[in-house]
Design a protein around this ligand. Structure first.
Ligand SMILES: CC(C)(COP(=O)(O)OP(=O)(O)OC[C@H]1O[C@@H](n2cnc3c(N)ncnc32)[C@H](O)[C@@H]1OP(=O)(O)O)[C@@H](O)C(=O)NCCC(=O)NCCS
Length: 173
């Protein structure tokens, strides 16, 4: 269990399937994520059941408020031990918790774990440029824009640029 100022991060449990299923079928939550297909509850349950335990290569944790309400998911993945680099994904599925500081705190807590425990040197992520709330949150944690993929994301009839953002160990705020 990892604890931040507003959230706790804990492993995914089978009982989380209903919430994950609801979030994955919510077009507003998925708007800026690479998600093209709606998923069944049975498929979500199976995916959770088939999941490997967390390892260096992939750590997936549920985001809970300090009161114990499940609100989202954060994952560190594709850790590369030679370059000490990994990629992070995050979303808050409970929309009434957007803009409340939970995502920023969860990201900071996960990055701190990556740097202090997994001994990573850099953590990167990809974000659609139009996702202003996410970019604002990532910058608060210390992420900087390292690159741009032009017209790499298609949604609702429009092409969007994506940004590659990265935070180095000493830059985490
Ligand atoms: C992106 C996400 C993880 C951020 O978490 P969060 O808890 O909502 O973010 P925070 O409240 O910590 O910070 C968001 C900041 O953006 C601001 N903000 C809120 N809504 C905004 C909007 N529509 N446009 C621009 N900024 C906005 C907030 O005021 C806050 O800044 P502040 O602290 O200076 O006031 C969360 O909103 C989310 O999961 N969204 C849906 C899925 C998603 O887009 N995931 C990321 C894919 S890369």
């Amino acid at each position: 269990m990892l604890t931040g100022d507003l959230v706790r991060l804990r492993p995914v449990e089978p009982e989380d399937a209903d919430s994950l299923h609801r979030w994955h079928n919510d077009d507003e939550v998925m708007r800026w994520l690479q998600s093209y297909f709606h998923t069944s509850l049975a498929g979500t349950r199976k995916r959770i059941g088939d999941r490997q335990e967390n390892t260096y290569e992939k750590v997936t944790l549920c985001i809970e408020t300090l009161e114990g309400k499940l609100i989202g998911i954060v994952a560190l993945r594709d850790a590369d031990p030679i370059n000490a680099r990994a990629e992070v994904d995050i979303y808050i599925g409970e929309k009434d918790h957007w803009g409340g500081g939970y995502g920023t705190d969860a990201l900071r807590t996960m990055c701190r774990y990556g740097f202090d425990t997994l001994r990573l040197h850099s953590i990167q992520l990809g974000v659609v440029e139009a996702n202003e709330r996410a970019i604002k949150s990532y910058k608060k944690v210390g992420f900087q824009v390292d690159g741009r993929y032009r017209q790499s994301f298609y949604r609702d009839g429009e092409w969007h640029d994506s940004l590659l953002m990265c935070v180095l160990k000493d830059e985490l705020t």
